[in-house]
Design a protein around this ligand. Structure first.
Ligand code: ADP
Ligand code: ZN
Length: 209
């Protein structure tokens, strides 16, 4: 099963994908995490995208499409995948058709008021990408990931100016994908405002599990 997760920043695509891939034995492919790892390594890709990402803008389509095409050609993606953060533009969606077949698109719906609160309080593990919330879901030990012991940090693009920029970019460039996939009969909507366990339950229901 090949799935795409759509939804605004802070909808919880990453957290749900982390749970869902375990349950369904799929590969979790997050373009944001791949870019953040590249930045942490200081690789040529990381150097190229660092300023763009911290400003809350989109990496160019060509770079992103090449990256996903390569990632999907790896062995573990053959068992099926959840794409979290791709496609983010109609152009990316159109190009993707040449190298992969998608079964279903899950749109995680959430009001903007919740988004701001979630992102402003979000902390992310540098090593495994697990998300924490500074108030509701703190790491047991300050600054250290419960799952892997990695360093937990506040993303630069989770500062207010970058959050606003990302929401604007989402509305202008990514939200049109909802209609795009709805017209193709591929879309399923999941309410992303309740707790992660409840969202997981609703997600499993819409994919028929
Ligand atoms: P979120 O969903 O919380 O906004 P992600 O971790 O998915 O964050 O992405 C972080 C950043 O990585 C984006 O703001 C963007 O700069 C870049 N990025 C991720 N995926 C894409 C994509 N498909 N196309 C262009 N840029 C992307
Ligand atoms: Zn971790």
């Amino acid at each position: 099963m090949n799935l795409i997760f759509l939804g605004s920043p802070g909808a919880g695509k990453g957290s749900l994908a982390e749970k869902a891939v375990k349950e369904l034995n799929l590969a979790h492919i997050s373009t944001g995490s791949i870019f953040r790892s590249a930045i942490a390594e200081g690789s040529p890709l990381g150097q190229k995208v660092q300023a763009i990402i911290s400003a809350g803008k989109l990496v160019d389509d060509e770079t992103t499409i090449d990256l996903v095409r390569e990632r999907l050609s790896q062995e573990d993606a053959k068992k099926g995948y959840i794409l979290d953060g791709f496609p983010r533009t109609i152009f990316q969606a159109e190009n993707m058709k040449a190298f992969s077949r998608v079964d279903k698109v899950i749109d995680l719906e959430i009001p903007d008021s919740l988004v701001l609160e979630r992102l402003a309080n979000r902390m992310v593990c540098r090593k495994c990408g697990h998300n924490f919330h500074m108030i509701r879901n703190k790491p047991k030990q300050d600054g250290i990931c419960d799952l892997c012991g990695g360093e937990v940090f506040h993303r630069e693009d989770d500062e207010e100016t970058a959050i606003k920029q990302r929401l604007e970019v989402y509305r202008a460039r990514t939200a049109p994908l909802i209609e795009y996939y709805r017209k193709k009969g591929m879309l399923a909507v999941v309410d992303a405002s309740p707790t992660i366990d409840k969202v997981m339950e609703n997600f499993m229901a819409v994919i028929g599990r």
